[in-house]
Design a protein. Structure first.
Length: 110
């Protein structure tokens, strides 16, 4: 497995854990929902949350999907930007694209 900077691993694990706890789900439930065998699901999710192992992108995508968050949320190092990603996820696709385009124009002074 490719080496991942410890800080990033901790971000991914912290984000998984925070969202899982917000949903009041067990590690086992998350693991089973992404297709991990029930007997090892708690241990695998625990390793991801602790930063012992980095989930492969395919697995991270599955975790994000079951937790109802965009994949970028799991990797976002800035807490406020991560919160923004969750808020944007709640919008319709059309509204999300319009707001993002508007913010980009505002920031770039257009």
């Amino acid at each position: 497995m490719k080496s991942v900077p410890q800080e990033l691993s901790n971000v991914v694990g912290r984000r998984i854990r925070a969202r899982r706890e917000a949903l009041q789900w067990s590690q086992e439930k998350v693991g089973v929902l992404i297709g991990i065998d029930e007997s090892s699901s708690r241990a695998r999710i625990s390793r991801y949350e602790l930063g012992t192992h980095e989930p492969p992108v395919k697995t991270a995508r599955q975790i994000a999907e079951v937790l109802g968050v965009p994949l970028a949320y799991l990797y976002c190092e800035d807490d406020k930007v991560a919160e923004l990603l969750l808020t944007l996820r709640k919008l319709s696709s059309t509204d999300r694209h319009q707001r993002v385009a508007s913010w980009i124009n505002e920031v770039e002074g257009r």
